[in-house]
Design a protein around this ligand. Structure first.
Ligand code: NCD
Length: 306
């Protein structure tokens, strides 16, 4: 994977996904070991370029690069010359001219990361482009599931909510089906896209049907900032019909694992009880995000640890 840009899960083979998961297991052990500083990316420079808000993804990419010994600089849309009208292309080329090895990028436009791979040479890691893709999130979801279930193949996962605007859902669907998981999607009809009608994916309008006997439930945030008016019922109606609460959880398997990429709208798509219940791995997802991003950076910038 040396030199590979990470823009979408569609560009990953199952074998590459397994390689990242395996590297992430080692990274997780290292983080737990106490001394987190590795020499793997010493002498490399990474710029985090974020044009959309982020807490988890930006911080974990920054820590991941630093734990591997790289120099990491984070800039946000609001603090860059984009506010003075500089184009994305010129911004990328300016960063490239400083000799960076990778650009981790989040942008509101679908295709922004792929565009970046065409205009500059550093490795591009997509940290979210509009409603299109969020590959590192999909891999950390797989990693968290595998840590709990010991496998991925044939597990039933239900992805619930605003599937239409979710780059997490899109990347999850491609990553999970590649790993042999059975994916069920459910949410309001207005928020369910048709482009997921392929093998391994079942689309439901009834949430209860999707989560019956599920091994994993991934609850999505309602992306009000990406929605046109009229797609969303009232918040009370949404919580009642589509929200994941303890009562609804009884339909799933007893050992169901609850995921949410964060940030959460508590009381809307997920209840507080579910967020904090024993089956929730939401905090662990955040922790695993650092290990997975270390694995991705090490594989693409260093060829992995021999
Ligand atoms: C997600 C994102 O930004 O796509 N969050 C994240 O990266 N953890 C999901 C979301 O914003 O709902």
């Amino acid at each position: 994977m040396l030199g590979k840009s990470v823009t979408a899960m569609e560009n990953f083979t199952a074998e590459e996904i397994r390689a990242v998961l395996s590297a992430a297991r080692k990274m997780k052990q290292i983080i737990r070991g106490g001394d987190k500083k590795l020499p793997n990316l010493r002498g490399k420079a990474i710029v985090n370029l974020f044009f959309e808000p982020s807490t988890r993804t930006r911080t974990s990419f920054e820590l991941a690069g630093k734990y591997l010994g790289a120099d990491v600089v984070s800039i946000t849309g609001g603090t860059s010359s984009i506010v003075k009208g500089e184009s994305l292309r010129d911004t990328l080329r300016t960063i490239e001219a400083m000799g960076v090895d990778a650009i981790v990028m989040r942008h509101k436009a679908e295709g922004a990361a792929d565009y970046a791979t065409q205009v500059v040479k550093p490795v591009i890691i997509n940290a979210g482009d509009g409603a299109h893709a969020h590959p590192s999130q999909a891999i950390l979801d797989l990693f968290t599931i595998e840590q709990h279930k010991g496998r991925l193949a044939e597990l039933k996962v239900a992805i619930i909510g605003d599937v239409l605007h979710s780059r997490v859902a899109r990347s999850d669907v491609y990553a999970m089906t590649k790993m042999g998981m059975e994916v069920h999607l459910a949410g309001p009809r207005t928020l369910l896209p048709r482009f997921f009608e392929f093998e391994g994916v079942t689309v439901h309008e009834d949430v209860d049907e999707a989560i019956r006997h599920a091994d994993v439930i991934n609850v999505l945030r309602i992306q009000l900032e990406r929605q046109q008016a009229g797609l969303f019922p009232s918040t009370r109606e949404y919580a009642r019909v589509f929200g994941i609460n303890e009562e609804r959880l009884r339909l799933a398997n007893d050992d169901v694992l609850i995921l949410h990429p964060g940030p959460q709208n508590k009381g809307l798509e997920i209840s507080s009880e579910v967020t904090y219940c024993a089956r929730s791995a939401i905090q662990e997802q955040v922790q695993n995000g650092v290990a997975v991003r270390m694995a991705l950076l090490d594989l693409t910038l260093n060829g992995g640890t021999k």
